[in-house]
Design a protein around this ligand. Structure first.
Ligand code: NAD
Length: 352
């Protein structure tokens, strides 16, 4: 049974949103609170994680071919609670706490029908021009991408199911299984999450490399079994089963490929090294499988289960917390070496 779209009493006509109007310029604006289409839900946003891509859009106004040409709301790692449903959505979902899968593929694209909807070329994705993101009090999402989370999962963890999904997609592609030996290059939030997922998938050795001592220490605290300095430690001789590249640095790609055992698998998650020189002889002589990761497909149910069970701990990644009118401070904080995940809470009042 579908329910009529109703405007619950108490839902404001206007909401606050943090808007990027030009590189380096973000401010809070009042915007109409959106209304859900038939298949959508309106979510009151509890927590939003800051991602490196938000910082990049803020600093440069573009990522590759995606250019900010009109005002844009950043933020795509979001969790909250459903406050209104569209006419085709069960009314009983109002009040449900959810994690948002921030994408909208076409249902009938060849990629979606083939099972990898993340690769739909017409994808609409939060905080990717021209689609607004979640640094706002309320957001819309199709009901099937508002994934229910249990009460034991915090708003922060609900938001961070998004980067966790990147880690799950990478671990699946890397074929990580019981007893695997894994190398992860880069101990930023993505690398640390990949390390936790690798452990949850049964890996016995999870070696993380990073140039930063601070980040190596964080990785050891949050899931790695060993943390190495790529400038001095003998990473190339590790002979691991799987390599997940999470730094975006060309030297790390080459080092990781050298560290694989014959017939091992490399998964390139990090972005930025667009045309690195690749050791083709290694890939051929060792018959390495080299693949990429672009976001995720079908990861949320497992992400929620891993967090609910305690196999993955997302709350410990949070190193800073800001209100909606402090988004610039949040973006700046998240560039610090000691910062892993900065959270923006749209419902929180700033201290100032
Ligand atoms: N493919 C996808 O769908 C996807 C999704 C999310 C993020 N990403 C990418 O994943 C990467 C990691 O994201 P993040 O937020 O953790 O980034 P981050 O910048 O916080 O972390 C990257 C880390 O790599 C380290 N590093 C640099 N050179 C290195 C080297 N030679 N060896 C080992 N470590 C090195 C840095 O010191 C840093 O700690 C980024 O490139 C990001 O764009 C990709």
């Amino acid at each position: 049974m579908s329910s009529p779209v109703t405007r619950p009493s108490g839902l404001p006509k206007q909401m606050r949103a943090s808007v990027l109007s030009a590189p380096g310029s973000v401010s809070v604006e009042s915007r109409p609170t959106p209304s859900p289409a038939a298949d959508e839900v309106l979510v009151r946003v509890g927590s939003v994680g800051v991602c490196g891509s938000d910082v990049h859009y803020y600093q440069h106004g573009r990522i590759g071919d995606f250019v900010v040409e009109s005002p844009l709301v950043l933020g795509h790692e979001a969790g909250g609670a459903i406050v209104q449903v569209g006419s085709a959505v069960e009314a009983s979902r109002v009040g449900e706490r959810v994690s948002i899968e921030p994408q909208r593929p076409r249902g009938d694209s060849a990629e979606t029908l083939a099972g990898h909807y993340n690769l739909d070329p017409a994808m609409e994705f939060y905080a990717t021009p021209p689609i607004d993101g979640a640094f706002a009090e309320y957001v819309l999402i199709q009901s099937h991408f508002a994934h229910r989370v249990p009460d034991s999962v915090s708003n922060d963890a609900a938001a961070l199911m998004e980067p966790l999904s990147v880690g799950i997609h990478a671990a699946r592609k890397a074929g990580i299984t019981a007893g695997s030996r894994v190398l992860i290059t880069g101990a930023g939030p993505i690398g640390v999450i990949c390390a936790q997922v690798a452990r949850a998938f049964g890996a016995l050795e999870v070696v993380v490399s990073d140039l930063s001592e601070v980040r190596r220490a964080q990785a050891l605290r949050l899931g790695a079994t060993q943390a190495l300095d790529p400038r001095v430690d003998p990473i190339e001789s590790l002979g691991v089963d799987a390599f997940i590249e999470a730094s975006g640095a060309a030297p790390a790609i080459r080092q990781g490929l050298a560290a694989l055992r014959p017939a091992g698998t490399a998964v390139l998650v990090g972005m930025g090294a667009d045309d690195p020189a690749l050791p083709v002889h290694l890939i051929q002589n060792k018959e390495l499988l080299v693949t990429g990761v672009f976001r995720y497909t079908n990861t949320w149910p497992l992400a929620i289960a891993l967090v609910e069970s305690g196999a993955v701990d997302l709350d410990s990644l949070v190193t800073g917390r800001f209100a909606l009118d402090e988004v610039e401070a949040a973006l700046s904080e998240s560039t610090r070496e000691s910062s892993l995940k900065t959270i923006v809470e749209p419902g929180r009042l700033s201290d100032s």
